[in-house]
Ligand binder design. Structure first.
Ligand code: DC
Length: 221
């Protein structure tokens, strides 16, 4: 079974995917981490010939979404922590707006999706990567709620940012992600809208769990 989830930054995609993956034995594929890894490569190895560099990268997804490494030029780099810095966050939207880079990553993501039950999240999964997924969800929440969630995450990592700043960054990223020319973030016509404002993570996971159970039941008939 394929579960495809799209939604803006801070809508809870990765947290909820981790719960579902664990509970139902799905493989979790975090495509944002792949775009972030490309941004990391551009920072560390330079922006020149980036498309060629990316073609030669192997993405290694391990521990069900908890770890990401790349193999580049014969060496393995564990990027799990490196791709979560503010520097990479500010670079990644630019990288993700490059059509050539997207084409390469989409192909790799479609390959990953061939391995049994998968839950994949990003911005173009329901529209471009897995348009025929069994379950397609557009996960969202108000910008204010998303900023609060991010603020808490950063606080707990002692990387404090002020709420207003986080909120304006989220709005800026929403704007870039949903207005870019290449595969903008949008709700696919046949995707289910799931607004998580005011819901706990467990409540969201339960709702998706119900959709999976329903789909499994239907496929038995
Ligand atoms: O989900 P995230 O914040 O880790 O995503 C990082 C960036 O990558 C974000 O700016 C949107 C972009 N992205 C994308 O364009 N397409 C995807 N499938 C996943 C992420």
């Amino acid at each position: 079974m394929q579960v495809a989830i799209d939604g803006p930054a801070g809508s809870g995609k990765s947290s909820v995917c981790k719960i579902i993956a664990e509970k139902y034995g799905f493989t979790y594929i975090d495509t944002g981490a792949m775009y972030r890894s490309v941004a990391w490569v551009s920072v560390h190895f330079g922006e020149d010939n980036l498309v060629e560099k990316i073609s030669n990268i192997d993405f290694i997804l391990e521990e069900n979404g908890k770890k990401i490494s790349i193999k580049y030029d014969g060496k393995i780099y564990d990027l799990t922590k490196e791709i979560r810095t503010p520097e990479i966050s500010s670079k990644v939207a630019l990288v993700a707006s490059n059509g050539e880079i997207r084409k390469i990553l989409v192909k790799k993501q479609q390959e990953f999706a061939k391995s049994g039950d998968v839950i994949m999240e990003g911005r173009d999964i329901t529209t471009v990567v897995l348009p025929y997924a069994d379950i397609k969800i557009f996960l969202t929440a108000s910008p204010e709620e998303r900023a609060k969630r991010r603020f808490k995450e950063w606080q707990s990592e002692e990387n404090k940012q002020e709420y207003e700043k986080v909120l304006s960054e989220i709005k800026k990223r929403d704007e870039i992600d949903s207005t870019r020319k290449e595969s903008p973030l949008m709700q696919a016509k046949d995707a289910i809208l799931l607004d998580t404002t005011g819901l706990t993570l467990e409540q969201v996971a339960d709702k998706i769990g119900e959709m999976i159970a329903e789909k499994k039941e239907k496929s038995k008939k």
